[in-house]
Ligand binder design. Structure first.
Ligand SMILES: *Cc1c(COP(=O)(O)O)cnc(C)c1O
Length: 393
């Protein structure tokens, strides 16, 4: 009999009842160190008092109003995002996949309004993940995402990861944009080299096409800059943001330059919930903490600490791991002989939560305010999990 919850996930036998900072706690009191953060969502940890305050204060005033009216919390958050990024304008969504929908629509509408409606094609990279909507799966193109779901939304091409020559070769007078995750998340924590991101920007500029960056997973302080592309010193025309921006409240945002957004006039797009007062009150509180230079400096310091310790774990378990990769607190342990799922499962035995990714990688995406002591404890637990997997193998 089908469960009451549609069984589209292979769930671990864990049920958390409470969260505190970097910890998730089961009903029997078992405490797990959370290096997954709800897949890069809980950037400030669980039940952060600042976010609880922002949410409950807003909850006592006004939960929801339609986008038919001005929403001051939304304007305040948009102002913050514009002030801290390349963007001139922001549209709020409830998820990453909705950002993909708008990014694609925006790029196509841009060319439509420029008098080149034939420019609808979007070039993406293999291993990408842009969400589960029809546009999202068509963009990523992987068999495991698209199989069985009928005709795909047309107009998407994929090239091998970081194969800029192939991307360039695909550009034609039908191309609207290139879409890229500066650091692939689901694809196995694969950062695009700064020089490649720069070169990709140059290719788009030369061809006069738009560059869309999907920072749904790598954005919001995750890599030690507010947004990952800042490391390369280049900016997108359109950027997708979600996961971390709400700190656990469902919220996403599409950021764009005035030029790229020029086709999106009144009536061209909308969302009932997108940018509602509750979500934006929380998002504003997240931005106030994360967009601070001192906070980001701490993320970088902790990232260095974690990475150094992980290098030690890899060195002492060559039968399980072969390398550490990633950027900031978006790190991946590339497995050697072991299967990443076995390492994640062994982590549960030692009360540490990690997330599997493609390319046989164990993902570490801890809360950005994880403490030094928690990092040390996390490594002890990962060490035990690795020893267990090594012994079983
Ligand atoms: C998670 C993710 C998405 C989809 O976000 P949802 O909120 O799950 O719809 C899109 N792009 C990237 C890079 C992601 O990591």
């Amino acid at each position: 009999m089908i469960p009451s919850v549609l069984p589209t996930y292979n769930r671990a036998a864990l049920t958390f009842e409470k969260g505190e900072g970097s910890w998730m706690i089961e009903a029997d009191g078992r405490r797990f160190l959370d290096l997954g953060a709800g897949i890069a969502v809980n950037v400030l940890g669980h039940a952060n008092p600042v976010l609880v305050e922002a949410l409950t204060e807003q909850a006592g005033k006004l939960w929801h109003v339609s986008n038919l009216y001005n929403i001051s919390q939304q304007e305040a958050l948009a102002d913050k995002l514009v002030a801290n990024t390349f963007a001139d304008t922001v549209f709020f969504t409830n998820s990453g996949t909705e950002c993909c929908e708008l990014a694609v629509k925006m790029a196509r509408k841009y060319w439509h309004d420029k008098g080149q409606p034939e420019r609808v094609e979007i070039i993406a990279f293999e291993g990408a993940f842009h969400g589960r909507s029809s546009a999202g799966i068509a963009a990523a193109g992987a068999e495991k995402l698209v199989a069985g779901f009928g005709p795909l939304l047309p107009g998407f091409h994929q090239v091998a990861w970081s194969d800029l020559e192939a991307a360039k070769a695909l550009i034609s007078d039908q191309t609207a944009a290139i879409i890229v995750e500066p650091v692939q998340g689901e694809g196995g924590i694969r950062p695009m080299a700064d020089e490649d991101l720069k070169a990709l920007r140059a290719i788009c500029d030369e061809a006069g096409i738009l560059l869309i960056m999907d920072e749904v997973q790598c954005g919001v302080g995750r890599t030690g800059k507010l947004f990952a592309h800042e490391w390369a010193g280049v900016t997108p025309d359109i950027m997708m943001v979600a996961k971390g921006i709400g700190g656990g409240f469902p919220l996403g945002a599409v950021l764009a330059t005035e030029e790229a957004a020029s086709g999106m006039v009144a009536g061209t797009h909308g969302s009932t919930y997108g940018g509602n007062p509750l979500a934006c009150a929380v998002g504003g509180a997240v931005m106030d903490v994360v967009a601070d230079e001192a906070f980001l400096a701490e993320v970088n310091r902790k990232a260095g600490l974690l990475r150094q310790k992980l290098e030690g774990v890899v060195a002492s378990h060559p039968d399980v791991f072969e390398a550490v990769r990633g950027a900031g607190l978006m790190l991946g342990l590339k497995c050697s002989k072991a299967a990443c799922g076995d390492v994640v499962a062994a982590g549960y035995d030692h009360e540490v939560v990690t997330v599997p990714a493609a390319d046989n990688v164990v993902r570490l995406l801890p809360p950005l305010n994880i403490t030094d002591e928690e990092i040390a404890e996390a490594v002890v637990r990962l060490e035990k999990a690795a020893a267990q997997v090594g012994a079983e193998g």
